[in-house]
Design a binder for this molecule. Structure first.
Ligand SMILES: [Zn+2]
Length: 272
């Protein structure tokens, strides 16, 4: 049995400012509402994520956007590391930075990308976080930072990649009740959702100028239809009726290098 602590300490690593919000923002808001402590880390500065701006000016803008997103979600901390965007490698130095961050946060839950992903920064982040999973317990590694006495639960964000194997939803969370908060956190990343992604991925479609219309436009862009595997898990967890009503769902896959938990134990860590 998992002994449910009064307050869980959760840390999520995304490669870029906006990744943690996009994949985990709703569940993070639910943890915060229940009094748990959530920290986001963007492993790069995001300074390549724009078609017109770059360098320190863009990095500063994205730091401000991340700070605003953290405020809107109510999370306790949001670090944006100064690693250059688009050039991240899973170096020993990065692994040790992540080990220290997980230990300093005294984390119970750690989340990140899966290691097979279209973006090299996502892959490097995933690899470095995975490589930290066991070493957070080893005193002679990063001896300047006290070790954890129990390996945290490590989970992956959901993605659509199918090789070498498709995402497996080990835990699913309906986030309809906090959806507006998540959407507002994404909305804080103006440089991404209203400038860069429309230019890079959305056929140069211009977002509406008016605020409410713009939020609904963003909602359309970021809405994610539950996959059959997620739906199946939803029915198991919430029953057919509630599962059929769920619109916005976040799902996570257990990483086998962290603490291993049976599904019902994992569900206890997400008591929503
Ligand atoms: Zn990213």
């Amino acid at each position: 049995m998992v002994v449910q602590k009064q307050q869980l300490r959760v840390i999520a690593f995304g490669a870029h400012p906006d990744d943690c919000e996009y994949y985990f923002g709703g569940t993070a808001a639910k943890f915060v509402t229940q009094g748990h402590k959530v920290k986001f880390v963007s492993v790069t500065s995001g300074d390549a994520g724009h078609h017109q701006q770059t360098g320190p000016q863009l990095a500063e803008r994205r730091r401000r956007e991340a700070r605003e997103a953290a405020r809107r979600l109510g999370i306790a901390a949001y670090d944006v590391l100064p690693n250059p965007d688009g050039r991240l490698v899973a170096s020993l130095e990065l692994r040790e930075t992540i080990i220290r961050l997980i230990r300093d946060w005294n984390a119970d839950l750690v989340l990140t990308h899966r290691p097979n992903d279209y973006h090299p920064d996502h892959r490097a982040t995933a690899l470095a976080v995975q490589d930290a999973a066991y070493l957070v317990l080893v005193p002679s590694i990063c001896p300047d930072t006290p070790v954890l006495r129990q390996v945290p639960v490590f989970l992956y964000f959901q993605d659509d990649f199918s090789r070498p194997y498709p995402f497996q939803p080990d835990v699913v969370v309906v986030v309809d009740d906090v959806w507006e908060r998540k959407l507002l956190a994404l909305d804080a990343h103006e440089s991404q959702f209203y400038e860069w992604l429309p230019w890079a991925d959305w056929g140069e479609e211009q977002p509406p100028r008016e605020r409410v219309e713009r939020l609904r436009w963003l909602e359309d862009k970021v809405r994610r239809v539950p996959t059959p595997a997620v739906l199946e898990r939803l029915r198991e967890r919430y029953g057919h009726e509630r599962a059929a009503q769920a619109v916005h769902v976040e799902a996570f896959e257990l990483c086998e290098y962290g603490r291993s938990l049976a599904r019902d134990q994992l569900n206890q860590l997400f008591p929503f």
